[in-house]
Design a protein around this ligand. Structure first.
Ligand code: 5GP
Length: 120
């Protein structure tokens, strides 16, 4: 029971290059860019290129190839930013209670500082 994908959401526009973003990484499956309102020293977003509303939609509907490609891209971005040794945090907000604001599935990567136990 996922809502239909809104092709006018802000991340869809970023993927189409209709609004600017500070690109960090891109491959066949994923696009990564810096969050416009960072909540940590490093706050990067990774989105799949496919049209998925949320983690629920993505995890249930995407192909194994898309899922693997996306997961690998998230790992690559964190590595390329040198986050593995100091450590980092992944987060996906889902739906209203999760506080999801943009209806295109995205994973937040937080790092560059000790993150404590706060949930962002
Ligand atoms: P959510 O609450 O949906 O998990 O997180 C959405 C995130 O997208 C927020 O951290 C917000 O700062 C970020 N964001 C919203 N609009 C834009 C935008 O136009 N550009 C970028 N780079 N980030 C955005």
């Amino acid at each position: 029971a996922t809502e239909p994908y809104d092709a006018d959401n802000i991340f869809a526009k970023i993927l189409r290059g209709e609004i600017p973003s500070s690109k960090v990484y891109e491959d066949e499956w994923a696009y990564a860019f810096e969050d416009i309102n960072p909540q940590a020293e490093i706050h990067t977003l990774v989105i799949p290129k496919g049209e998925y509303v949320s983690w629920d939609d993505f995890s249930m509907s995407a192909s194994a190839e898309e899922i693997a490609g996306f997961v690998r891209a998230v790992g690559k971005v964190a590595r390329d930013k040198g986050l593995v040794e100091p450590g980092y945090r992944l987060l996906a907000n889902v739906g209203a209670h999760g506080g999801q604001e943009v209806p295109h599935f995205h994973v937040h990567i937080f790092g560059g500082q000790p993150l404590g136990r706060m949930i962002a």
